[in-house]
Design a protein around this ligand. Structure first.
Ligand SMILES: [Mg+2]
Length: 221
C-alpha cells in the first residue's frame, strides 16, 4: 500500500460505518429490511414476497434499494430514508468491539467517516460507539446530495471539499463495489471481511478494523 510510505500526517483514512466500525448484520439490518419491506408494501400495494424480491432486485442492480426507487419511481430519498431508519432502541442494537476505539486512536493519519446512511442514524451510531473524537468529519448520504457510494461523483465531492489527492487516501469498507470505485480514483483500499479471497482492487483485507494499526505498522517498516 503506497499510502503507508507517506508520513502519517499526510495519510487520510475514509471509513465506512455499517459493518465496518460496528456489526449491523446482527440486529440493525434485519430491522431495516423489515422497514424497507413495509415501505414497499405500503407504496406499491404488494405483498411481502413481492417486496422482498423488489428490495433484492434494486440492491443487486443499483447497490441500494433507494437508488432503484429514485430511478424508476421518482421516490424522495429523504422520505424513504426517514421511513426505513427508525430504531427505537438503536443504542442497544449496535454490536461493536470496544477495541475499535483503541484501534482508531492508534492508527496514524486523519480519519473521516463516509456512510451511505442518513444523518440522524449516522450521528446516533457514532455517539453510541463513542468514536466522534477520532474523526475530522462525519459524512452521511445527505452530504453528497444522495450520490452515495459507490458513485464516483460522491467520492469526488468529498475529496474536493478537503482538497485531497486520492493517492493520499484509503477507503476502509465492507462493500467491494465501494472499494472498486475508490481504487479507480487512485485511493488505497482496505476490505473489512471474514471472506478470504483475493480481489484485484483490494490492497489489504482485515476481518476487523482492530487489525488495521498493526498491519499498517508492519507495512511501513
Ligand atoms: Mg458498510
Amino acid at each position: 500500500m503506497r499510502l503507508v510510505a507517506l508520513p502519517p500526517s499526510r495519510r487520510v483514512w475514509f471509513f465506512d460505518l455499517d459493518n465496518t466500525l460496528h456489526d449491523a448484520h446482527a440486529r440493525i439490518f434485519p430491522s431495516m429490511h423489515d422497514q424497507i419491506n413495509a415501505y414497499l408494501m405500503r407504496r406499491f400495494d404488494i405483498d411481502l414476497g413481492g417486496a422482498n424480491s423488489m428490495r433484492r432486485d434494486f440492491w443487486e442492480k443499483y447497490g441500494t434499494t433507494m437508488n432503484g426507487l429514485v430511478r424508476h419511481h421518482g421516490a424522495s430519498p429523504a422520505e424513504f430514508l426517514r421511513a426505513t431508519h427508525q430504531f427505537a432502541e438503536l443504542a442497544d442494537m449496535v454490536v461493536h468491539e470496544n477495541a475499535v476505539r483503541h484501534a482508531l486512536a492508534r492508527l496514524p493519519g486523519r480519519k473521516i467517516i463516509y456512510s451511505n446512511a442518513p444523518r440522524h442514524y449516522v450521528d446516533q451510531v457514532v455517539r453510541t460507539l463513542g468514536v466522534a473524537r477520532y474523526f475530522d468529519a462525519v459524512y452521511s448520504i445527505e452530504s453528497t446530495r444522495y450520490l452515495g457510494k459507490p458513485s464516483v461523483a460522491g467520492f469526488r465531492m468529498l475529496l474536493r471539499k478537503h482538497h485531497l489527492d486520492p493517492r493520499r487516501c484509503a477507503l476502509v469498507d465492507d462493500m467491494l463495489e465501494n472499494l472498486r470505485t475508490a481504487k479507480r480514483l487512485g485511493m488505497a483500499t482496505v476490505w473489512v471481511s471474514p471472506v478470504k479471497k483475493s480481489v484485484p482492487y483490494v490492497d489489504l483485507r482485515v476481518s476487523s478494523v482492530t487489525q488495521l494499526p498493526g498491519l499498517v505498522f508492519r507495512y511501513a517498516h
